[in-house]
Design a protein around this ligand. Sequence first.
Ligand SMILES: Cc1cc2nc3c(=O)[nH]c(=O)nc-3n(C[C@H](O)[C@H](O)[C@H](O)COP(=O)(O)O)c2cc1C
Length: 208
Amino acid sequence: MTKLLHISSSPRGDASESLRIAGVFREAYEETHPRSEVEHWDLWDRSLPDFAIGAHAKMTVFAGLAPRGAEAEAWAAARRVFERFDSADHLLFSVPMWNGGIPYVLKQFIDVISQPGWIFDVDPATGYAHLLSDRRMRVAVVYSSAVWGPGLGPEFGTDFQSTYFSDWLRWTGLTDISEIRYHPTLSGDRECARHAADSAARDLAKSF
Ligand SMILES: Cc1cc2nc3c(=O)[nH]c(=O)nc-3n(C[C@H](O)[C@H](O)[C@H](O)COP(=O)(O)O)c2cc1C
């Protein structure tokens, strides 16, 4: 059975625009893919482990050694997070802009799963190898913001949200990436922007 994993990074529940748009995607996906499974992973549900000891374990692994004791436990906890991510056939991320970038739980998720041998390898001469590049995963990302918008000047902020996140996705080797955007801006027409985002979400879900 094909599994779509929705990974969300807004803590705002019913008030969240990115969750609402992702909900539109999921509803259309479920209608058009009745035999697929859809799983929702709310990154604010405290399922992400702390990565302080994990950072030591990562450097131990880089040094070619096996993590032991508390490091081994932290490494195993990170591996469980990676395996849940890796169990998906397709991914849907919903990502609000926070201070020009992404919410810190999503960065925590990235820092926990982006490990040598799982997501990447690195060679002194040839640089990074992207270990998910043989996966045929499709990825949809809902981006939302309230002030920044494409076409506005730097006085409304800079987009380190989608630039950073799509760079990370590509770095893992995932390249089949589609974006759904909701950037009403402070002076824009919210209803019109909502309608356009919902419609883009529906169309993309049907094509998945
Ligand atoms: C902590 C925080 C930081 C934010 N920073 C920005 C920002 O830098 N630029 C921007 O345009 N909007 C910013 N916003 C507004 C959100 O990006 C916008 O309301 C978005 O739609 C929120 O997504 P959500 O409704 O799914 O939570 C911020 C909101 C919060 C809560």
